[in-house]
Design a protein. Sequence first.
Length: 448
Amino acid sequence: MTHFVLPDHDGQQNNYKNVLGALLQRITGKSMGKTDITFDVVEYGVETFQCTTTLVCLDGQQASGELKSNPKDAEQHAALQAIMALDQDLKNMGYSISERALDIPTSVRQAAVAAGIVGQHQKVGDALTDSAIKAMLRTVVHKVLNRELEAGDLHYDFERAAVPGMHHATLKLPNLPGVLGMTEWRGSDSPFKRDSQLDCSLKALDTILSDPLGALVALAPGEVNVRAPGEKKAKEKAAKREKYTAMFGPLGCGFKGGKGKGGKTLGGTVFAGKAGKSGKGKGGCGGKNFSNAMQNFNNKADLDLIQNAMQGGGGDQNMILMNLLQNMPGMMETFSSGFNWGSNNPNTKGAGCKGGKARGKGGKGARKRISEDVFTGDVVVWKEKFGFIAPHIEVDPAKHPNAAKHEGRLYVNAKDVEGGLELFEGQPVTFHIYDDGKGLGAEQVTGF
Protein backbone atom coordinates (compact mmCIF):
# COMPACT_ATOMS: atom_id res chain seq x y z
CA MET A 1 0.00 0.00 0.00
CA THR A 2 1.24 3.46 -0.88
CA HIS A 3 2.00 5.76 2.05
CA PHE A 4 1.78 9.53 1.89
CA VAL A 5 3.32 11.70 4.60
CA LEU A 6 2.44 15.38 4.42
CA PRO A 7 4.32 18.14 6.24
CA ASP A 8 3.13 18.23 9.87
CA HIS A 9 1.02 15.10 9.30
CA ASP A 10 3.39 12.26 10.07
CA GLY A 11 1.49 9.30 11.52
CA GLN A 12 -1.54 9.80 9.25
CA GLN A 13 -0.28 7.45 6.56
CA ASN A 14 -3.06 4.89 6.95
CA ASN A 15 -5.92 7.37 7.27
CA TYR A 16 -6.22 8.55 3.71
CA LYS A 17 -9.38 10.57 4.35
CA ASN A 18 -7.49 12.71 6.88
CA VAL A 19 -4.50 13.00 4.56
CA LEU A 20 -6.77 14.01 1.67
CA GLY A 21 -8.43 16.68 3.83
CA ALA A 22 -5.04 18.03 4.93
CA LEU A 23 -3.77 18.05 1.34
CA LEU A 24 -6.82 19.93 0.08
CA GLN A 25 -6.47 22.47 2.89
CA ARG A 26 -2.87 22.98 1.83
CA ILE A 27 -3.91 23.42 -1.81
CA THR A 28 -6.95 25.64 -1.24
CA GLY A 29 -5.70 27.48 1.84
CA LYS A 30 -9.01 26.98 3.64
CA SER A 31 -10.69 24.53 5.99
CA MET A 32 -12.63 21.62 4.58
CA GLY A 33 -16.35 21.67 5.34
CA LYS A 34 -18.81 18.81 5.07
CA THR A 35 -19.69 19.72 1.49
CA ASP A 36 -16.13 20.29 0.22
CA ILE A 37 -15.35 16.55 0.02
CA THR A 38 -18.09 13.95 -0.41
CA PHE A 39 -17.94 10.14 -0.30
CA ASP A 40 -20.67 8.14 -2.06
CA VAL A 41 -20.67 4.38 -1.38
CA VAL A 42 -22.57 1.89 -3.56
CA GLU A 43 -23.16 -1.72 -2.53
CA TYR A 44 -22.69 -4.41 -5.18
CA GLY A 45 -23.95 -7.78 -3.97
CA VAL A 46 -23.17 -9.11 -0.50
CA GLU A 47 -20.42 -7.28 1.41
CA THR A 48 -19.02 -5.65 -1.72
CA PHE A 49 -18.76 -1.87 -1.76
CA GLN A 50 -17.28 0.80 -3.99
CA CYS A 51 -16.87 4.47 -3.17
CA THR A 52 -16.56 7.57 -5.34
CA THR A 53 -15.18 10.72 -3.75
CA THR A 54 -15.97 14.14 -5.19
CA LEU A 55 -13.62 17.06 -4.52
CA VAL A 56 -16.23 19.80 -4.62
CA CYS A 57 -13.61 22.34 -3.50
CA LEU A 58 -11.58 21.55 -6.64
CA ASP A 59 -14.25 22.03 -9.29
CA GLY A 60 -15.85 18.63 -8.62
CA GLN A 61 -12.93 16.36 -9.50
CA GLN A 62 -13.77 12.71 -8.79
CA ALA A 63 -11.93 9.50 -7.98
CA SER A 64 -13.26 5.96 -7.46
CA GLY A 65 -11.74 3.22 -5.35
CA GLU A 66 -11.65 -0.55 -5.79
CA LEU A 67 -14.30 -2.95 -4.53
CA LYS A 68 -13.96 -3.52 -0.78
CA SER A 69 -15.66 -5.72 1.81
CA ASN A 70 -16.99 -2.81 3.91
CA PRO A 71 -17.94 0.84 3.36
CA LYS A 72 -15.13 2.21 5.55
CA ASP A 73 -12.38 0.54 3.52
CA ALA A 74 -14.13 1.62 0.32
CA GLU A 75 -14.02 5.27 1.41
CA GLN A 76 -10.37 5.02 2.42
CA HIS A 77 -9.40 3.55 -0.96
CA ALA A 78 -11.34 6.22 -2.85
CA ALA A 79 -9.49 8.86 -0.82
CA LEU A 80 -6.18 7.17 -1.71
CA GLN A 81 -7.04 7.27 -5.41
CA ALA A 82 -7.85 10.98 -5.13
CA ILE A 83 -4.50 11.62 -3.40
CA MET A 84 -2.62 9.69 -6.08
CA ALA A 85 -4.36 11.67 -8.85
CA LEU A 86 -3.52 14.98 -7.17
CA ASP A 87 0.02 13.77 -6.59
CA GLN A 88 0.45 13.09 -10.31
CA ASP A 89 -1.03 16.46 -11.29
CA LEU A 90 1.36 18.23 -8.92
CA LYS A 91 4.33 16.22 -10.18
CA ASN A 92 3.48 17.36 -13.71
CA MET A 93 3.83 20.93 -12.40
CA GLY A 94 7.15 20.10 -10.72
CA TYR A 95 5.84 19.88 -7.15
CA SER A 96 5.60 17.17 -4.49
CA ILE A 97 2.81 16.80 -1.95
CA SER A 98 5.26 15.55 0.70
CA GLU A 99 7.78 18.42 0.45
CA ARG A 100 7.62 22.14 1.10
CA ALA A 101 9.78 24.25 -1.20
CA LEU A 102 10.47 27.00 1.33
CA ASP A 103 13.53 29.23 1.38
CA ILE A 104 14.38 29.83 5.04
CA PRO A 105 16.37 33.08 5.41
CA THR A 106 19.54 33.10 7.50
CA SER A 107 18.06 35.54 10.02
CA VAL A 108 15.10 33.20 10.59
CA ARG A 109 17.38 30.18 10.97
CA GLN A 110 19.44 32.00 13.59
CA ALA A 111 16.30 33.16 15.42
CA ALA A 112 14.89 29.62 15.44
CA VAL A 113 18.08 28.29 17.01
CA ALA A 114 18.18 31.14 19.56
CA ALA A 115 14.54 30.47 20.48
CA GLY A 116 15.26 26.79 21.09
CA ILE A 117 12.88 25.65 18.35
CA VAL A 118 15.65 23.63 16.72
CA GLY A 119 16.78 20.72 18.86
CA GLN A 120 20.21 19.17 18.99
CA HIS A 121 21.10 17.28 15.79
CA GLN A 122 17.82 18.48 14.21
CA LYS A 123 17.62 20.13 10.82
CA VAL A 124 16.27 23.66 10.82
CA GLY A 125 13.93 22.86 7.94
CA ASP A 126 12.42 19.93 9.82
CA ALA A 127 11.98 21.92 13.04
CA LEU A 128 10.37 24.90 11.33
CA THR A 129 6.94 23.36 10.86
CA ASP A 130 3.97 25.38 9.65
CA SER A 131 2.92 26.13 13.23
CA ALA A 132 6.49 27.04 14.26
CA ILE A 133 6.85 29.59 11.45
CA LYS A 134 3.52 31.23 12.24
CA ALA A 135 4.27 31.17 15.97
CA MET A 136 7.61 32.91 15.39
CA LEU A 137 5.97 35.64 13.32
CA ARG A 138 3.24 36.22 15.87
CA THR A 139 5.76 36.33 18.71
CA VAL A 140 7.95 38.88 16.90
CA VAL A 141 4.97 41.09 15.98
CA HIS A 142 3.72 40.84 19.56
CA LYS A 143 7.10 42.04 20.85
CA VAL A 144 7.24 44.94 18.38
CA LEU A 145 3.72 46.12 19.25
CA ASN A 146 4.26 45.37 22.96
CA ARG A 147 0.68 44.15 23.35
CA GLU A 148 -1.55 41.17 22.66
CA LEU A 149 -2.32 40.67 18.97
CA GLU A 150 -5.69 41.78 17.67
CA ALA A 151 -7.69 41.17 14.51
CA GLY A 152 -6.05 43.09 11.65
CA ASP A 153 -2.51 42.99 13.02
CA LEU A 154 -1.70 40.29 10.43
CA HIS A 155 -3.58 40.45 7.14
CA TYR A 156 -3.20 37.71 4.48
CA ASP A 157 -4.66 37.74 0.96
CA PHE A 158 -4.45 35.30 -1.96
CA GLU A 159 -4.17 36.18 -5.64
CA ARG A 160 -4.13 34.08 -8.81
CA ALA A 161 -0.76 33.85 -10.54
CA ALA A 162 -0.24 34.11 -14.30
CA VAL A 163 0.26 30.33 -14.62
CA PRO A 164 -3.03 28.37 -14.35
CA GLY A 165 -3.39 26.53 -11.07
CA MET A 166 -0.84 28.75 -9.30
CA HIS A 167 -1.47 31.33 -6.58
CA HIS A 168 0.51 33.60 -4.34
CA ALA A 169 -0.21 35.02 -0.89
CA THR A 170 0.42 38.55 0.34
CA LEU A 171 0.93 39.69 3.91
CA LYS A 172 0.53 43.12 5.49
CA LEU A 173 1.38 44.11 9.06
CA PRO A 174 -0.31 47.53 9.03
CA ASN A 175 0.16 48.31 12.72
CA LEU A 176 3.95 47.99 12.72
CA PRO A 177 5.80 51.31 13.02
CA GLY A 178 7.27 53.23 10.09
CA VAL A 179 8.06 51.63 6.76
CA LEU A 180 7.34 48.12 8.10
CA GLY A 181 3.69 49.02 8.51
CA MET A 182 3.48 50.09 4.87
CA THR A 183 5.31 47.05 3.45
CA GLU A 184 3.55 44.21 1.63
CA TRP A 185 5.30 40.83 1.48
CA ARG A 186 4.47 38.54 -1.41
CA GLY A 187 4.90 34.79 -1.30
CA SER A 188 6.22 32.76 -4.21
CA ASP A 189 3.83 31.36 -6.81
CA SER A 190 2.73 27.87 -5.81
CA PRO A 191 -0.10 25.39 -6.35
CA PHE A 192 -0.26 25.28 -2.53
CA LYS A 193 -1.82 28.44 -1.13
CA ARG A 194 -0.61 27.57 2.36
CA ASP A 195 3.00 27.19 1.19
CA SER A 196 2.87 30.63 -0.39
CA GLN A 197 1.41 31.98 2.86
CA LEU A 198 4.33 30.49 4.81
CA ASP A 199 6.77 31.97 2.28
CA CYS A 200 5.53 35.53 2.75
CA SER A 201 5.58 34.93 6.53
CA LEU A 202 9.26 33.96 6.32
CA LYS A 203 10.00 37.06 4.21
CA ALA A 204 8.26 39.29 6.74
CA LEU A 205 10.24 37.69 9.57
CA ASP A 206 13.48 38.23 7.68
CA THR A 207 12.68 41.92 7.11
CA ILE A 208 11.83 42.57 10.75
CA LEU A 209 14.74 40.59 12.18
CA SER A 210 17.18 42.28 9.77
CA ASP A 211 15.85 45.73 10.62
CA PRO A 212 17.49 47.76 13.43
CA LEU A 213 14.27 47.02 15.28
CA GLY A 214 15.23 43.35 15.21
CA ALA A 215 17.80 43.78 17.95
CA LEU A 216 14.96 44.79 20.28
CA VAL A 217 12.87 41.71 19.51
CA ALA A 218 15.56 39.03 19.64
CA LEU A 219 13.97 35.70 20.57
CA ALA A 220 15.04 33.89 23.73
CA PRO A 221 14.80 30.14 24.50
CA GLY A 222 11.22 29.08 25.21
CA GLU A 223 9.77 32.42 24.13
CA VAL A 224 8.07 31.00 21.03
CA ASN A 225 5.31 28.76 22.31
CA VAL A 226 4.92 26.06 19.66
CA ARG A 227 4.14 22.90 21.61
CA ALA A 228 3.79 22.24 25.31
CA PRO A 229 5.74 19.43 27.00
CA GLY A 230 3.81 16.29 27.91
CA GLU A 231 4.65 16.73 31.59
CA LYS A 232 2.58 19.91 31.81
CA LYS A 233 -0.41 18.19 30.22
CA ALA A 234 -0.13 15.35 32.76
CA LYS A 235 -0.10 17.87 35.63
CA GLU A 236 -3.22 19.54 34.25
CA LYS A 237 -5.03 16.20 34.13
CA ALA A 238 -3.95 15.38 37.69
CA ALA A 239 -5.18 18.78 38.89
CA LYS A 240 -8.50 18.18 37.17
CA ARG A 241 -8.91 14.79 38.86
CA GLU A 242 -8.22 16.36 42.24
CA LYS A 243 -10.77 19.07 41.52
CA TYR A 244 -13.55 16.56 40.77
CA THR A 245 -12.62 14.44 43.78
CA ALA A 246 -12.86 17.47 46.06
CA MET A 247 -16.10 18.63 44.48
CA PHE A 248 -18.06 15.38 44.30
CA GLY A 249 -16.61 13.54 47.29
CA PRO A 250 -17.88 9.93 47.41
CA LEU A 251 -19.84 10.10 44.18
CA GLY A 252 -17.02 8.57 42.10
CA CYS A 253 -18.45 9.64 38.77
CA GLY A 254 -17.22 7.75 35.73
CA PHE A 255 -15.83 9.59 32.73
CA LYS A 256 -14.27 6.80 30.71
CA GLY A 257 -15.80 3.62 29.37
CA GLY A 258 -14.62 0.18 30.32
CA LYS A 259 -15.69 -2.44 32.82
CA GLY A 260 -15.21 -1.42 36.41
CA LYS A 261 -16.58 -1.69 39.89
CA GLY A 262 -19.21 0.80 40.93
CA GLY A 263 -19.05 3.73 43.26
CA LYS A 264 -20.64 4.27 46.63
CA THR A 265 -23.72 2.44 47.90
CA LEU A 266 -25.46 4.67 50.42
CA GLY A 267 -28.51 3.41 52.28
CA GLY A 268 -29.02 0.69 49.69
CA THR A 269 -29.08 3.06 46.74
CA VAL A 270 -26.41 2.66 44.12
CA PHE A 271 -24.88 5.93 42.97
CA ALA A 272 -22.13 6.55 40.46
CA GLY A 273 -19.44 4.11 39.39
CA LYS A 274 -17.28 3.73 36.31
CA ALA A 275 -19.28 2.96 33.23
CA GLY A 276 -19.12 -0.59 31.94
CA LYS A 277 -18.27 -0.79 28.26
CA SER A 278 -20.75 -3.61 27.77
CA GLY A 279 -23.40 -1.66 29.64
CA LYS A 280 -22.87 -3.68 32.82
CA GLY A 281 -21.27 -1.98 35.77
CA LYS A 282 -21.14 -3.38 39.27
CA GLY A 283 -23.43 -0.85 40.89
CA GLY A 284 -22.36 1.48 38.11
CA CYS A 285 -23.85 4.47 36.43
CA GLY A 286 -22.50 5.74 33.13
CA GLY A 287 -20.47 8.89 33.21
CA LYS A 288 -22.56 10.35 30.41
CA ASN A 289 -25.84 10.40 32.34
CA PHE A 290 -24.16 11.50 35.55
CA SER A 291 -22.43 14.35 33.75
CA ASN A 292 -25.69 15.40 32.09
CA ALA A 293 -27.37 15.49 35.51
CA MET A 294 -24.57 17.37 37.25
CA GLN A 295 -24.17 20.03 34.57
CA ASN A 296 -27.52 21.49 35.64
CA PHE A 297 -25.97 22.59 38.92
CA ASN A 298 -24.45 25.84 37.76
CA ASN A 299 -23.04 27.27 40.95
CA LYS A 300 -20.82 26.17 43.78
CA ALA A 301 -23.57 26.65 46.36
CA ASP A 302 -25.72 23.95 44.75
CA LEU A 303 -22.76 21.58 44.56
CA ASP A 304 -21.87 22.25 48.20
CA LEU A 305 -25.41 21.39 49.24
CA ILE A 306 -25.27 18.10 47.36
CA GLN A 307 -21.85 17.19 48.69
CA ASN A 308 -22.86 17.97 52.27
CA ALA A 309 -25.99 15.85 51.89
CA MET A 310 -23.90 12.92 50.67
CA GLN A 311 -21.18 13.22 53.29
CA GLY A 312 -23.16 14.32 56.36
CA GLY A 313 -22.98 12.02 59.32
CA GLY A 314 -25.98 10.08 60.63
CA GLY A 315 -29.50 9.75 59.30
CA ASP A 316 -30.66 8.46 55.96
CA GLN A 317 -28.31 10.22 53.55
CA ASN A 318 -30.38 9.27 50.53
CA MET A 319 -33.50 10.76 52.08
CA ILE A 320 -31.61 13.97 52.86
CA LEU A 321 -30.48 14.18 49.23
CA MET A 322 -33.94 13.47 47.86
CA ASN A 323 -35.54 16.11 50.11
CA LEU A 324 -32.89 18.58 49.00
CA LEU A 325 -33.44 17.94 45.30
CA GLN A 326 -37.23 18.09 45.60
CA ASN A 327 -36.89 21.65 46.88
CA MET A 328 -34.80 22.64 43.84
CA PRO A 329 -37.19 23.24 40.89
CA GLY A 330 -36.62 20.82 38.05
CA MET A 331 -33.58 19.24 39.67
CA MET A 332 -35.09 16.02 40.98
CA GLU A 333 -36.17 14.69 37.60
CA THR A 334 -32.99 15.70 35.81
CA PHE A 335 -30.63 14.54 38.54
CA SER A 336 -32.30 11.15 39.11
CA SER A 337 -32.27 10.41 35.37
CA GLY A 338 -28.49 10.40 35.61
CA PHE A 339 -28.42 7.34 37.85
CA ASN A 340 -29.24 3.65 37.86
CA TRP A 341 -31.28 3.19 41.02
CA GLY A 342 -30.29 -0.23 42.40
CA SER A 343 -32.10 -2.54 44.78
CA ASN A 344 -31.99 -2.27 48.57
CA ASN A 345 -29.34 -4.97 48.62
CA PRO A 346 -25.92 -3.28 48.63
CA ASN A 347 -24.41 -6.39 47.01
CA THR A 348 -26.76 -6.41 44.05
CA LYS A 349 -25.22 -5.83 40.66
CA GLY A 350 -27.14 -3.09 38.94
CA ALA A 351 -27.28 -2.75 35.17
CA GLY A 352 -25.01 0.19 34.54
CA CYS A 353 -25.51 2.77 31.88
CA LYS A 354 -23.52 2.24 28.74
CA GLY A 355 -19.94 3.43 28.88
CA GLY A 356 -18.31 5.47 26.25
CA LYS A 357 -15.14 6.64 24.67
CA ALA A 358 -13.08 9.45 26.06
CA ARG A 359 -14.84 11.86 23.74
CA GLY A 360 -18.45 12.22 22.86
CA LYS A 361 -20.10 9.44 24.85
CA GLY A 362 -18.26 8.93 28.08
CA GLY A 363 -19.26 11.77 30.35
CA LYS A 364 -18.36 15.06 28.67
CA GLY A 365 -21.96 16.02 28.06
CA ALA A 366 -24.39 15.37 25.21
CA ARG A 367 -22.12 16.29 22.33
CA LYS A 368 -23.00 15.81 18.69
CA ARG A 369 -20.19 16.18 16.18
CA ILE A 370 -21.26 18.27 13.19
CA SER A 371 -18.00 18.18 11.20
CA GLU A 372 -17.02 15.19 9.10
CA ASP A 373 -13.65 16.58 8.05
CA VAL A 374 -11.00 18.57 9.87
CA PHE A 375 -11.44 22.35 10.10
CA THR A 376 -8.82 25.03 10.68
CA GLY A 377 -8.92 28.30 12.57
CA ASP A 378 -7.03 30.62 14.91
CA VAL A 379 -7.12 30.81 18.69
CA VAL A 380 -8.45 34.28 19.51
CA VAL A 381 -8.89 33.92 23.28
CA TRP A 382 -6.95 31.65 25.65
CA LYS A 383 -7.21 31.64 29.46
CA GLU A 384 -4.87 28.72 30.36
CA LYS A 385 -7.73 26.19 30.65
CA PHE A 386 -10.23 27.35 28.03
CA GLY A 387 -10.72 29.83 25.25
CA PHE A 388 -12.27 30.45 21.84
CA ILE A 389 -11.29 29.65 18.25
CA ALA A 390 -12.28 31.68 15.20
CA PRO A 391 -12.81 29.16 12.36
CA HIS A 392 -11.43 30.11 8.96
CA ILE A 393 -14.78 29.09 7.46
CA GLU A 394 -17.91 30.30 9.25
CA VAL A 395 -20.37 27.61 10.35
CA ASP A 396 -23.74 28.25 8.70
CA PRO A 397 -26.21 29.49 11.39
CA ALA A 398 -29.11 28.39 9.17
CA LYS A 399 -28.00 24.76 9.57
CA HIS A 400 -26.63 25.09 13.10
CA PRO A 401 -28.43 27.84 15.10
CA ASN A 402 -25.90 27.65 17.93
CA ALA A 403 -23.22 28.88 15.51
CA ALA A 404 -24.48 32.41 16.10
CA LYS A 405 -23.44 32.29 19.75
CA HIS A 406 -20.11 33.73 20.94
CA GLU A 407 -19.89 35.87 17.77
CA GLY A 408 -19.36 32.77 15.64
CA ARG A 409 -16.39 31.60 17.70
CA LEU A 410 -15.97 28.04 19.01
CA TYR A 411 -15.43 27.22 22.67
CA VAL A 412 -12.33 25.10 23.36
CA ASN A 413 -11.32 23.45 26.62
CA ALA A 414 -7.79 22.32 27.50
CA LYS A 415 -9.05 18.73 27.81
CA ASP A 416 -9.91 18.74 24.08
CA VAL A 417 -6.38 19.68 22.97
CA GLU A 418 -4.32 16.78 21.60
CA GLY A 419 -0.68 15.79 22.06
CA GLY A 420 0.24 18.04 24.97
CA LEU A 421 -0.14 21.18 22.83
CA GLU A 422 -0.32 24.42 24.81
CA LEU A 423 -2.51 26.95 23.04
CA PHE A 424 -1.85 30.67 22.76
CA GLU A 425 -3.76 33.56 21.22
CA GLY A 426 -3.16 33.81 17.50
CA GLN A 427 -2.14 30.15 17.11
CA PRO A 428 -3.44 28.34 14.01
CA VAL A 429 -5.10 24.99 14.84
CA THR A 430 -7.05 22.13 13.29
CA PHE A 431 -10.10 20.62 14.97
CA HIS A 432 -13.50 18.99 14.71
CA ILE A 433 -16.69 20.84 15.68
CA TYR A 434 -19.38 19.64 18.08
CA ASP A 435 -22.73 20.98 19.31
CA ASP A 436 -23.65 20.25 22.93
CA GLY A 437 -26.91 22.16 22.93
CA LYS A 438 -25.37 25.18 24.63
CA GLY A 439 -23.17 26.27 21.74
CA LEU A 440 -20.53 25.06 19.32
CA GLY A 441 -17.15 23.83 20.50
CA ALA A 442 -13.90 22.46 19.12
CA GLU A 443 -12.49 19.02 19.97
CA GLN A 444 -9.48 16.97 18.88
CA VAL A 445 -7.61 20.26 18.60
CA THR A 446 -4.06 20.14 17.17
CA GLY A 447 -1.61 22.74 15.92
CA PHE A 448 -0.51 23.11 12.30
